[in-house]
Design a protein around this ligand. Sequence first.
Ligand code: MN
Length: 262
Amino acid sequence: MEMSISNTPALHQVEDPTWSCVDFISDLHLSAQSPETLQALESYLFKTPAQAVFILGDLLEVWIGDDSLDHEAFSVERSCLHMIQEAGLRTPIFFMPGNRDFLIGERFFAESGMRALHDPCVLKTQGKRILLSHGDALCTTDVDYQNFRQQVRSESWQIQFLSMPFDDRLSMALQLRAQSQEKQAMMQPGEHADLDHKACLGELLKHQCELMIHGHTHRPKRHELDSSHAREVLSDWDATSLPPRAQVLRLENTRLQRLDLL
Ligand SMILES: [Mn+2]
């Protein structure tokens, strides 16, 4: 079987001195259960004034390999890919895989036209150096999760997983998701994993950045890490929640603002 694990070269740095407006979004968790959120993404992508859109992970709720594009169960994800391909003709779209969709591979990138970002990636724009990340790798105090992450991000695990029959992969993914939802539901507020303060500061210093933008935790907020370093957390999207969530973090002429689209 043809493996789809990514040989797509992922960018460690993106730089464009001509961009005066760039958008950041993450955690849309698109699936057949969320056509309204897909619709919100489509109308946003076709009218944003941004010169580049950065999707920082978890665009899709579940991804078990690019051959899913040929299965009826993933027709919504396929239409998402086609919509992004069309929108990308108007505005370049960059994508960094998250913990849900890290198995997005070469074929998905090629057909969607999205450019792959390494996690983390440095964006140089408007005189700033901004560190982009999904965020899960910096939840360093959750040792169980980091062990799991290391396993599923290894080439050997991915080769083995992708060689399994489609239906087996699908049931395994749904089982993992159910376990994770069960674990989340049993947690008290404040118990949910968050990015480690020291780990974030360390990454920022290492990459000579003052600001990090990330998703993953679904807790949109700006955190000051010290007098000159901060992180901005993106919101997740859910067009059917009350109130609906579809937020964009926009950097326009060096100013950051949060825009609620719905
Ligand atoms: Mn995530």
